[in-house]
Design a protein around this ligand. Structure first.
Ligand code: G4P
Length: 190
């Protein structure tokens, strides 16, 4: 997606060979015009897939997931990483290990909001080692629903996530694929 790649080139900051900072338009401040275009692009990629709901994980996945759900005219659910005061019954939980942060989080949804037989599109801001996306796939399967697609805003193609998702056989669409962050420069695949 050219608009997204341009934004990454203009505003992204390469913090190290593995970390790209995009907090001016995704991870802290959000760019609603860009998010709207991201939503349209994901909707275009998955429009024939019979999606009944979009699932993401708090917090930075919520922006792109909501815009995608708006375009597809389906609800959006975000999985929680922290315990909720009101979310106490009928929980579906999985453990997600973050290689970046070296910590494991319990990730939870209410079983009320993903039902048997639903066709779920998983959206997230980054694909690094794939653990968040695999965790969401596990939650969808526990609910008896089908994970039909994974949509990623920025994929770091030099890490393991892409391969792990492809091995599940689920359709993966990444809007910007970063081949390398070497020498302080963002290089895209292709
Ligand atoms: P994984 O799910 O693909 O295995 O990724 P990992 O555990 O390595 O990532 C943990 C967190 O760090 C996730 O956000 C992920 O989006 C983010 N992250 C990973 N690589 C980068 C990067 O190069 N740049 C930025 N900006 N973020 C990265 P999170 O902790 O869930 O944060 P948030 O969604 O609450 O903002």
């Amino acid at each position: 997606m050219e608009l997204l790649k341009k934004k990454i080139q203009q505003e992204g900051k390469v913090l190290s060979e593995t970390v790209l900072k995009v907090d001016s338009f995704i991870n802290h401040q959000m760019d609603p015009v860009l998010m709207k275009e991201i939503g349209k692009e994901f909707a275009r990629c998955f429009k024939e897939a019979g999606i009944t709901k979009v699932l993401t994980i708090e917090s930075s996945g919520i922006g792109p997931a909501l815009m995608t759900a708006l375009e597809l005219e389906v609800p959006m659910v975000f999985a929680r990483k922290r315990k909720s005061l009101t979310l106490t019954e009928g929980l579906i939980t999985t453990k997600v290990y973050s290689f970046t942060k070296q910590e494991t989080n319990d990730v939870t949804i209410s079983s009320h909001f993903i039902e048997k037989g639903e066709r779920i599109l998983i959206i997230d801001d980054f694909l690094a080692n794939g653990q968040a996306a695999l965790g969401l796939i596990d939650i969808v399967k526990q609910a008896g629903a089908e994970p039909v697609g994974v949509g990623i805003v920025i994929e770091k193609s030099f890490q393991d996530g892409r391969q792990l998702i492809l091995e599940t056989g689920i359709q993966l669409e990444s809007l910007a694929r970063v081949a390398s962050l070497a020498d302080g420069t963002v290089t895209f695949v292709d």
